[in-house]
Design a protein around this ligand. Structure first.
Ligand code: AMP
Length: 283
């Protein structure tokens, strides 16, 4: 496994690989790797000859009051996990090389970035699309692996890739969960024991929604009310949003339809967690 800090160096090395007509799979991350990240790496390894992972806690996607400083950075452990998972190249840039003095270019996917997490975190997706655009230009992969856990992020990146003609295939992989249903997230590390127990309410609420739909409920507002009631039972929980939206454009739906997205964001104590499900065809 080779580790690169410089965009130019990794680009040169990847160019060499590309000349050998090898397929390159790319997994962008902010580190603090867990089984969710590893599932993306595994899929990338299955479908490509070379796997590139980036580890970069991107300051451009954090708001001024967010957790940039305290975001976990267990770099040694991350590198070990990548080595074991068979990653070929790690891209581990510093802030100054990604955003040198005078940096002024940002990529903005309009509309999609203003709803759901976009309204609570203004500028967040602008930071995400900017860094992913840069990473795609540096790595120039054949396939890009993203998690359904961040459904809005995946949709926005797919839109950017299409709109800006990036020659890459976007693959969105299912959410990996703990045994009790909690979606794996690097931010779960912030939770106290009590909060960790309470946090399971996010996935429980989504399961409740699926059950209501399986039993014939089609009114989005009724389902949203039931989800909110369930989550509100936890004293540590503060709901940011619960939304049922069209997966194409993230516009709210009045009635459930197959393939729609139920997405929620909830603060458990001080930790903001997100989760979602795509309603299966049975609906
Ligand atoms: P992050 O390090 O949080 O920026 O995430 C890097 C990638 O891993 C993103 O594409 C995420 O959607 C994905 N990811 C994070 N958590 C999970 C999970 N529990 N299951 C699957 N993918 C995930």
């Amino acid at each position: 496994m080779k580790i690169f800090n410089s965009p130019d160096r990794i680009s040169v090395e990847i160019n060499r690989i590309r000349l050998g007509k090898k397929r390159i799979g790319f997994v962008p991350t902010m580190g603090a790797l867990h089984a969710g990240h590893l599932s993306l790496i595994k899929q990338a390894a299955k479908e490509n000859n070379t796997v590139v992972v980036s580890i970069f806690v991107n300051p451009a996607q954090f708001g001024p009051k967010e957790d940039l400083k305290k975001y976990p950075r267990p770099i040694k452990k991350d590198l070990e996990l990548c080595r074991k998972a068979g990653v070929d190249f790690i891209f581990l840039p510093g802030n100054k090389i990604m955003y040198p003095q005078g940096y002024s270019t940002f990529v903005n996917v309009e509309g999609l970035n203003e709803v759901l997490c976009g309204s609570a975190r203004p500028g967040h997706f602008r930071g995400v699309t900017t860094v992913v655009a840069k990473l795609l230009n540096i790595v120039r992969p054949d396939a890009l692996y993203l998690g359904q856990k961040d459904a809005q992020q995946a949709l926005i990146i797919a839109r950017m890739v299409k709109d800006l003609n990036f020659p890459v295939k976007v693959k969105v992989m299912p959410t990996i969960r703990e045994n009790d249903g909690l979606a794996l997230s690097s931010r779960n590390a912030y939770l106290s024991k009590k909060e960790r127990n309470d946090a399971v309410v996010l996935s429980k609420a989504l399961l409740l929604a699926q059950t209501l739909i399986d039993n014939g409920q089609r009114q989005a507002n009724r389902i949203i009310t039931r989800i909110k009631q369930l989550i509100s039972k936890k004293r540590s929980a503060r709901i940011d949003y619960v939304s049922i939206v069209d997966l194409e454009n993230l516009m709210p739906l009045k009635k459930i339809k197959p393939g729609c997205l139920i997405a929620l964001a909830v603060k458990i104590g001080k930790t903001r967690l997100i989760d979602n499900i795509i309603i299966n065809e049975k609906a």
